[in-house]
Write a protein that binds this ligand. Structure first.
Ligand code: ZN
Ligand code: FE
Ligand code: FE
Ligand code: FE
Length: 172
């Protein structure tokens, strides 16, 4: 028997996907922080790990709000995105180049989350779950901010150093 029939079922399925995706990230982000060489990038991953732990709790609040047990369902997309991030670590890249790659991998993750939270938030609006809308919106803003911060870190030195331009600047 199919488990998703109604729009409400579909909304709950979106939440389960997100719940699992965030849990996967609480395990992946410490590894990304460890692998990062640029202090600012390391810090960004550590900060987002703290936010991610809070986002897991926030999803639990959403489940509670709609009277459904908090349960995850494997997010295959997040599994794949994390897998691609891990592949970078085995390439033997120069530190600066690896950092540029980690930013790319992390931004893919943030964009997936932005899409998923945007969808869930809009569904919650349709269903009239006002408290859920607020909670999902808060996380959506954090994901957008995390994405923008990563762009800034790439622009403010990581990419230039990865391209070898930083070293040239220092020498001149
Ligand atoms: Zn409902
Ligand atoms: Fe998240
Ligand atoms: Fe998913
Ligand atoms: Fe995130």
């Amino acid at each position: 028997m199919p488990k998703i029939r109604t729009f409400e079922d579909l909304f709950i399925d979106e939440l389960k996907d997100l719940y699992n995706a965030e849990q996967q990230l609480t395990r992946a982000l410490p590894k990304m922080a460890k692998a990062a060489n640029t202090p600012e990038l390391k810090k960004a991953f550590e900060t987002h790990l703290e936010e991610t732990r809070e986002q897991v709790r926030r999803l639990e609040q959403v489940f509670e709000e709609i009277g459904t047990p908090a349960k995850g369902k494997t997010c295959h997309a997040m599994k794949g995105l994390i897998e691609e991030g891990k592949e970078l670590l085995d390439e033997g890249m120069e530190n600066e180049v690896l950092d540029a790659g980690l930013i790319g991998a992390a931004q893919r993750v943030e964009h997936y989350e932005i899409a998923a939270y945007g969808t869930a938030r809009t569904m919650a609006e349709t269903l009239g779950h006002k408290k859920a809308v607020k909670l999902l919106n808060r996380t959506l803003s954090e994901e957008k901010a995390a994405d923008e911060k990563l762009t800034r870190i790439a622009e403010n030195g990581v990419n230039a150093r990865a391209a070898g331009l930083g070293a040239a600047e220092e020498a001149s």
